[in-house]
Design a protein around this ligand. Structure first.
Ligand SMILES: [Zn+2]
Length: 150
């Protein structure tokens, strides 16, 4: 049921670890390669994910996404989306281009893409701690603004 669909239907071994049959749960959450990616991004972003299955994690994330007031929830959703995307890209690169990257490289790419998103979204007000984690400088912030800081 949970198997990926293949056009030619032959090799269903996970390309990231080459050990186990590929399923969504395996590919994104249980694969030792993907776990390294998650571990890397979690450590760098100081965030933790519940240990859940694919379906419950998708549900959990979309619930978090709806809470747009919380920056941490927004960042969590960004991480989730980017990690899934990058893990999937890595899998495809291995299949179609015979290219492979270490999990730490993929983890760093995820970190950087989210950092860029955080830097370019002026609307999001980031707490000092969040800026420190993501290494985001205070940009041209006037020393004295209009007085309505919070
Ligand atoms: Zn695997």
């Amino acid at each position: 049921m949970d198997k990926m669909h293949y056009i030619n239907g032959e090799d269903t071994t996970c390309r990231l670890c080459t050990r186990v049959q590929e399923t969504h749960d395996h590919l994104f959450f249980m694969c030792r390669y993907s776990l390294q990616v998650w571990k890397y991004i979690q450590a760098k972003a100081h965030t933790r994910w519940p240990n859940l299955s694919w379906n419950s994690l998708v549900e959990w994330t979309s619930r978090r996404c709806q809470d747009t007031k919380s920056t941490n929830n927004k960042i969590g959703a960004l991480i989730f989306a980017a990690a899934v995307y990058y893990i999937w890209q890595e899998r495809n690169k291995r299949i179609f281009q015979q290219l492979s990257q270490p999990a730490t490289t993929v983890g760093e790419a995820i970190f950087q893409v989210i950092r860029e998103q955080l830097m370019s979204s002026n609307g999001i007000s980031l707490a000092d701690g969040t800026r420190a984690i993501w290494n985001i400088p205070w940009l041209a912030r006037p020393l004295r603004d209009t007085g309505q800081d919070r």
